[in-house]
Design a protein around this ligand. Structure first.
Ligand SMILES: [Zn+2]
Ligand SMILES: [Zn+2]
Length: 269
């Protein structure tokens, strides 16, 4: 357990498994944001790429920072710009030791910023890239559960995490059965259906994330529009209450699960 302090009264050990530190909303005060997250008990975090340039930026930003890891990938929103040679650019980035996953990848039929055909092409290419590099996937699925399941089953690659989970019990059960982890973001604190889904997930598959700067958890929504990794404590507190577990125990379980998912040694290696 971490040391108790005024900024981390329960001595929580936390892993924010998904955030976007390259977002322009952090351009002015990233060092302060990271300091606040450490003070809140966030000992590790994963910043996730949205495109090839953003992945490149994520790798540069995380270089040499203790406990700060990154994933590289092309988000379904960016899939219209995805080109086959992007896989090589992403692969080249994976040489860096802080790159622990391929993401974020997947399907988003809710926004539909890219065509479904292009989303599928980018998703499939990056599943195969992850397999080749033996890396876990960070998967974004929005209103596309059955197609995403079908694609993952066709490729037969089931390593990684379904991030910012917003699906139903059926998708959660399927994902757990296949071996995936499931991560909850701030939406857990205001989506009435999600706590019930969370209760059905085995404790050793649960992860938490902020998806910063998006998804401000409920208790902070009236104070700020920008989420940041330190606010993960609200999602953990909510999850602990929903599951009837002590907060420090649940925080540590989600920390250890993220370490297992991303193959990060507990000492940060
Ligand atoms: Zn996402
Ligand atoms: Zn994201």
């Amino acid at each position: 357990m971490a040391r108790r302090s005024s900024t981390n009264p329960n001595g929580l050990v936390l892993f924010d498994s998904h955030c976007h530190l390259t977002d322009s909303q952090f351009a002015d005060d990233l060092p302060t944001v990271l300091k606040r997250s450490r003070q809140a008990g966030v000992q590790a975090l994963m910043t996730v790429g949205l495109s090839v340039p953003d992945s490149r930026e994520s790798v540069a930003l995380t270089s040499g920072r203790d406990g700060v890891y990154c994933a590289v990938g092309v988000h379904p929103h960016e899939a219209d710009r995805f080109r086959p040679f992007d896989v090589q650019s992403l692969k080249n980035l994976c040489i860096e030791p802080q790159v622990k996953a391929v993401g974020e990848v997947g399907l988003d039929y809710f926004r539909g910023y890219s065509t479904r055909a292009n989303q599928e092409t980018a998703f499939r290419a990056q599943i195969e890239m992850a397999r080749m590099l033996d890396l876990p996937l960070i998967i974004h699925i929005r209103e596309a559960a059955s197609r995403a399941r079908q694609i993952l089953e066709e490729h037969g690659y089931y390593r990684g995490v379904l991030h910012c989970f917003s699906g139903d019990r059926r998708l959660a059960d399927w994902a757990v059965d296949k071996g995936f982890f499931i991560s909850f973001a701030g939406s857990l604190t205001y989506d009435n259906a999600l706590p019930e889904v969370a209760r059905a997930i085995p404790r050793d598959r649960l992860m938490v994330e902020t998806d910063s700067p998006y998804q401000v958890p409920a208790p902070e929504r009236s104070h700020t529009k920008r989420c940041e990794p330190a606010l993960i404590r609200h999602t953990v507190a909510f999850l602990a209450r929903a599951l009837g577990r002590p907060e420090p125990e649940l925080a540590l379980a989600t920390f250890e699960n993220a370490c297992r998912c991303f193959r990060i040694a507990r000492d940060g290696g």
